[in-house]
Design a protein around this ligand. Sequence first.
Ligand code: HEC
Ligand code: HEC
Ligand code: HEC
Ligand code: HEC
Length: 217
Amino acid sequence: MNFHLTTTLMVTFTLAASAMAGESVSVVNTSHNLSTSGRGNIRSTTETRVCIFCHSSHNSSSEGPLWSHETSKTGQFRTYARASLEATAEQPTGATKLCLSCHDGTIAVGAIKGLRNPISMKGVGSRGEIPDGRRTNIGMDLSGTHPVSIKYSQASALASSHLRWPPADVENRVGPDAEGYVQCTSCHDPHNDSRSTKYPFWQKDTFDAVCETCHTY
Ligand code: HEC
Ligand code: HEC
Ligand code: HEC
Ligand code: HEC
């Protein structure tokens, strides 16, 4: 990562951290607060920092914004492949790869790049992972979830009676990522679990408001 990009990210981060600290609504009161102050089943027994499980200014990778968590090897995921699908679901990329670094259940929740031993956690499995059998351990078979890491192409959207072109969200949260891909973050916001009481980390107030960014029924 070049120096200027790092500086920009650091500034963005400091701003985001202070904005978040000042708000009652933030990652701090979600199940993504994996520090000792978290209120979920899975949390650290030693680590007090909140962002460190996903971001760090040291040893971070280019896989995501100052990304700190160890990521899974891709290539082994079973992707969505129903015949009705126009687009091709690729092996996880972008934010999907970041989410799966914990949610595929193969990597310790406390596994941070540059740390010899994972951060010590409670509520995890024998290898430090989100335990097998928990709904949040979605595994490596993605054939049953909404297709992710698929290109939202203009051609297939225009050819389909169920897709909008261009996808439109006035708040600019839902929708394909900067590379034009549908990802886990098209529906979920990993920092905010306050918009919907029904759907976890939901990007909008209602279920339909998310879908309707891209789909017409
Ligand atoms: C459980 C993981 C997780 C935690 C904890 C977390 N983040 Fe993130 N964060 C992400 C992911 C994933 C992305 C990438 C989102 C994307 O690509 O759309 C991200 C992106 C960001 C970005 C880039 C802008 C954006 O929103 O996409 C900022 C800034 C950020 N996080 C700040 C923070 C701060 C500050 C904290 C601690 C208060 C924090 N995050 C805690 C997962 C996390
Ligand atoms: C550092 C590890 C980590 C990363 C990275 C991460 N998560 Fe999580 N997530 C967790 C843990 C741990 C829980 C709590 C699991 C439990 O208690 O069963 C959780 C819970 C959730 C839940 C369920 C919340 C609820 O209340 O039911 C959703 C949805 C979720 N994460 C989505 C995401 C998405 C989407 C991303 C990527 C944008 C992501 N997570 C990235 C660790 C992570
Ligand atoms: C099209 C929207 C959409 C996309 C894309 C999506 N999810 Fe979800 N997710 C949901 C909904 C809706 C729920 C609530 C439970 C349900 O109805 O299945 C959910 C639930 C979850 C849960 C809680 C466990 C459960 O089954 O209830 C986790 C964890 C999760 N999602 C992670 C992810 C990850 C990781 C990705 C990317 C691989 C992803 N989601 C992509 C809509 C989506
Ligand atoms: C960021 C855009 C986006 C969002 C948000 C989104 N989708 Fe999709 N969805 C797509 C794309 C693109 C496809 C693939 C269409 C294709 O290529 O055939 C798709 C496919 C589907 C399919 C059909 C899969 C198949 O086998 O043909 C269903 C059903 C679906 N989405 C439902 C939903 C629901 C329900 C929601 C809201 C919870 C939602 N989608 C949110 C973009 C999105």
